[in-house]
Design a protein around this ligand. Sequence first.
Ligand code: AMP
Length: 399
Amino acid sequence: MSKLSIKDLDLKGGRVFVRVDFNVPIKEGKVTDDTRIRAAVPTIEYAIGEGARVILASHLGRPKGERVEKYSLRPVAEHLSEVLGKPVAFADDCVGEAAESAAARLKDGEVLLLENLRFHPEEEKNDDGFAAQLAKLSDGLYVNDAFGAAHRAHASTAGITRHVEKAAAGLLMEKELEYLGRALNNPERPFVAILGGAKVSDKIPVINSLISRKVDKILVGGAMAYTFFKAEGFNTGKSLVEDDMLDTAREIKQRAEAEGVRLVLPTDHQVVDSFDPLNSRKTIPVEFTNQGLVGLDIGRETVALFARELEGAKTIIWNGPMGMFEEKGFEEGTVGLAHAVAEAADKGATVIVGGGDSVSAIHQAGVAEKITHISTGGGATLEFLAGDELPGVAALTDK
Ligand code: AMP
């Protein structure tokens, strides 16, 4: 990596500001899924072990620049304390007197979590004065371990680096960049990408980048597939289609053909009757779709087809659900695909999965331990795979 790593810093006795991604679900004051917290633990424990005074900062939800109690990080401090098996102090604000006195009280190896960065509108505006206030809490040492937020140029991910001596990547950030970077720049082939989710428009840069890098195949599922079908003149009924993307879908298909990249679309899907959605679920070939039907998931034949397409693959990247994953019954295609990618991993493929729904499906299928790398980023993973430099990475100090 061309950027400083936390391992390049002399942390002993120093106050280090660590940007983490603790944007976790909280219900009634309790953290309900601590995956993101656990993902940051190696970096936190490393810093503690080096004798640093650790100041953690994160965003949570979208409080829109105001103090909103339900987005307080206080429950996260309690949870983290249990995970680390040591006290975690909490400051009621991320800047100003509360934060400064809490940071000043820290002793070597102690941990402080600051209140939600997004309680201040200056955070998302990348305000320079606010960034300087954050930086002031540290002894000129900054670590970014929030890969999931690295595609945003905010005060805590970008601006702050102008006010510290050294800005380094945390262990999670390094791991993400290493796996994703290798897949993008030096993939073992055959290389297969699987894309799903709602919108083609969100994924155009990724698709174009994957085609330029001559990925061998792109398997397309989810509502995205309907835009491709409609562009080909198929009846997609009342399925979700981006009508303003039909020309783009045709262009993508032509580019893929020209570059020798195979675009594989579903052959069957689960549909419901738009007038009687609860009782009418059935699986039909995609070409039988009529005007009253809505496609909500890929069918079993497609899961089997995609599984066959993955045979022999050496690198697989998957982002986005194959259907309306959050509705009961329509998660089957996505979970079926999770089993298929796990099987490919068993047979030696490097498998990288990113994005909330695909990662949930991996856990639902109980195959998480087979996956080479589960990315903590959604938007950040996509932007990275699109070949864009992430502002939160670009801002770190060069080695
Ligand atoms: P994205 O944010 O682009 O990854 O899209 C995720 C969303 O796509 C999820 O909320 C899914 O419910 C939705 N989605 C996937 N397939 C379909 C479909 N066939 N019809 C409607 N929504 C879908």
